[in-house]
Design a protein around this ligand. Structure first.
Ligand SMILES: Nc1ncnc2c1ncn2[C@@H]1O[C@H](COP(=O)(O)OP(=O)(O)OP(=O)(O)O)[C@@H](O)[C@H]1O
Length: 635
């Protein structure tokens, strides 16, 4: 906070990220003051504007815990200009009582006084810096952590629609500007008022008439700042938005680096990055231009005031109504007086600039999860695993066609229900509804007879273990990845789960065994190894309900066969929803539901469907032309 204390004298100075000090070099100075490019392009949309007062109200609660330290900081703020004024007064004594009368006796006491003042100012600056930083960082700690918790709790729908890179840029970058807005900004405002009061007092004491003259230009400062504030805000918004876009493109390109390199799209991705990067550059330059022009205009106004006073002061000196020391001190104090005046006039620009980032945080905080827990949710404990879909229909937000229409089925505890059908018929959607990533538009989902909407979200998800199409593995050790299924699992549990998942063998051969780090998204492992790791994780969770979404996708025949055995072990004794269009893995399920365009086309056992459903028979023949039984799934 104190680092921002010498208040932004130009309106572009208040940004939290990227370019702290931006002064346009003379060669780059544009012919005119321009706002940045219109906000039409760029891959991230601007956040809706929020009035300054609402931004303040929104974030003030986060200062809880640090407010009494704000009082301490205010005490430092009062002392700071007092020390300043004392130093300037000492200067008057040096000129009038020591230099002009050539009186050397005063040298020692004055030198001691200077030393004492400098030491005191140093201690004050140290204490101020430490306290201010503590208050600011505490504020940011609470806000950033709250923001992360909030974003983490948003529904899957949010993440499916938003660019992750932009969200990252908000959580890590924009959040700093809120501090500028709320703490540095406010403390600065108070500091300026206090400095103004103290210097004005001394100036009035010295010469009230010259002081009034010097103050005549005050309104000019205000007027100039007002003229600039709209442009400052537009430029700051654009810069923030472009920063989000740069992060988004980076995240997308680097996150899919295998695809980018394999398809030789580096140049195209670089072009995309460059467009956003250039947009950010232009926005930053526009900001700098506005800041530089503003600073120059303010300098001219300040100089006009000082010249006015200097002219009159010199005349007074010649008339013998003012000593040389008096005039010097007056002019020095005047320069100190203009600093808070210009600071205060520029404060609105500081606020506008910081609020552009705060708006992006507010927009994130205003996102509500689509799935919310009931006010008084029901506790479930360890479920039996009875699943019921009762006339369920669902359409993804923003789409016109339903993903599921009037789907009904029941699965008894320990049974296996297989969902089959062509691609895009709604199989994975069933899994998402069961995990309550979305709520159905119509109908009810029940677990052990309870409507999922009445249950505690934690309870529901604690009762489910999932194995998804895309194997999700974290950058961490093998042990951490398995224990992610149950954080309190013991070493024995982890090894037992790995054995059951047929993973112990390959884990033991890894360089550091269970301590081997598997790399981002488990890239240091093969597809089959990743999948067996995921099976071990599901195994250790020991949940009564299991959702397997295409567990053999992406695996070659050998690897696919290899995981069937551990999968069978995983399924035994648990209610399983097995999603597959590979009918090889499903034919011994207790019942099979055939989906077509989100509707149940048929339902029955493998034998029943094979004999009466042409669609099922066709799907089955695709996978098992010779009908050789490869996998026997226990029912
Ligand atoms: N997040 C989403 N937003 C909008 N539409 C979606 C979303 N997810 C899926 N869909 C659409 O819903 C329909 C059903 O998708 P779903 O993923 O359930 O199919 P699936 O049967 O599991 O397909 P596959 O076998 O290829 O995995 C598809 O038409 C798909 O385009």
């Amino acid at each position: 906070m104190s680092s921002a204390r010498p208040i932004a004298s130009s309106p572009g100075d208040a940004q939290g990220e990227g370019g702290g000090k931006k002064t346009a070099r003379p060669s780059e100075r544009p012919p005119s003051l321009r706002s940045p490019e219109p906000m039409t392009d760029g891959i991230v949309a601007p956040a809706p504007p929020v009035p300054l007062r609402d931004v303040f109200r929104r974030f003030w609660p986060y200062t809880r815990g640090g407010r009494r330290w704000l009082v301490v900081i205010l005490a430092f703020i009062v002392l700071d200009p007092v020390v300043d004024a004392a130093e300037i007064w000492l200067f008057k004594i040096v000129i009038d009582d020591m230099l002009v009368p050539r009186n050397l006796h005063l040298l020692l006491p004055i030198a001691l006084a200077y030393l004492a003042l400098t030491f005191f100012a140093g201690v004050l600056a140290f204490a101020d810096e430490v306290t201010s930083t503590w208050v600011s960082e505490r504020f940011l700690l609470a806000l950033r952590s709250d923001l992360f918790r909030h974003v983490e709790g948003l529904s899957l729908g949010f993440f499916e629609r938003r660019r992750l890179g932009d969200v990252l840029s908000r959580v890590t970058g924009d959040v700093d500007a809120v501090e500028t807005f709320l703490l540095s900004g406010i403390v600065d405002a108070i500091a300026q008022v206090l400095r103004l009061g103290i210097f004005l007092g001394v100036l009035f004491y010295l010469r009230w008439d010259l002081t009034v003259l010097a103050l005549l230009i005050g309104p000019l400062f205000w007027w100039t700042a007002r003229r600039f504030s709209r442009r400052v805000k537009a430029a700051s918004r654009e810069r923030r938005r472009r920063s989000g876009s740069v992060s988004a493109v980076t995240e997308e390109a680097l996150g899919n680096i295998v695809l980018v390199q394999a398809y030789n799209r580096q140049r195209w991705e670089h072009g995309r990055f460059e467009r956003e990067n250039l947009g950010r550059f232009r926005a930053a330059m526009a900001s700098a231009r506005i800041g530089a022009v503003y600073a120059t205009v303010i300098d001219v106004i300040e100089l006009a005031g000082a010249l006015l006073v200097m002219g009159l002061g010199t005349w007074e000196l010649t008339q013998g109504r003012l000593t040389l020391g008096g005039l010097m001190v007056f002019l020095t104090l005047l320069s100190r007086l203009y600093s808070p005046i210009r600071g205060m006039s520029g404060l609105s620009n500081t606020f506008y600039s910081a609020s552009a980032a705060a708006e992006r945080i507010i927009e994130l905080l205003d996102q509500r999860p689509q799935v919310v827990q009931a006010a008084t949710p029901r506790e479930l404990g360890h479920a039996r695993g009875e699943v019921l879909f009762d006339d369920v229909s669902f359409r993804y937000p923003g789409t016109t066609e339903p993903a599921l229409s009037r789907v009904s089925f029941a699965v008894a505890p320990g049974e296996i229900l297989a969902l089959v059908g062509a691609s895009g018929t709604g199989k994975s959607t069933v899994a998402k509804l069961l995990l309550r990533f979305y709520d159905p538009d119509h109908g009810t989902l029940r677990l052990d007879g309870n409507d999922l909407r009445d249950l505690r979200l934690d309870d529901l998800r604690n009762n489910v273990a999932v194995l998804l199409q895309e194997t999700l593995v974290f950058h961490g050790t093998v042990r951490d990845n398995i224990a992610y299924g149950r954080p309190d699992a013991s070493e024995e549990d982890i090894v037992a789960a790995a054995h059951a998942a047929d993973a112990h063998g390959f884990i033991s051969q890894l360089p550091q065994g269970y301590d081997t780090v598997v790399g981002q998204r488990g890239r240091l492992l093969s597809g089959g190894q990743r999948q067996r790791l995921a099976i071990a994780r599901a195994m250790i969770r020991n949940a009564p309900l299991l959702i397997l979404d295409e567990p053999t996708t992406g695996l070659d025949a050998e690897s696919g066969r290899r995981i069937l055995e551990p999968l069978r072990l995983l399924m035994s004794g648990r209610t399983t929803i097995l999603i597959s269009h590979n009918l090889l893995t499903v034919r011994d399920a207790t019942q099979i539901v055939l989906l077509e365009d989100g509707r149940i086309a048929d339902q029955g056992t493998h034998g029943q469907l094979l004999s009466r459903s042409a669609a099922y028979a066709r799907l089955y023949r695709l996978h098992v032309p010779d009908d050789t039984p490869l996998a026997k799934v226990p029912s």
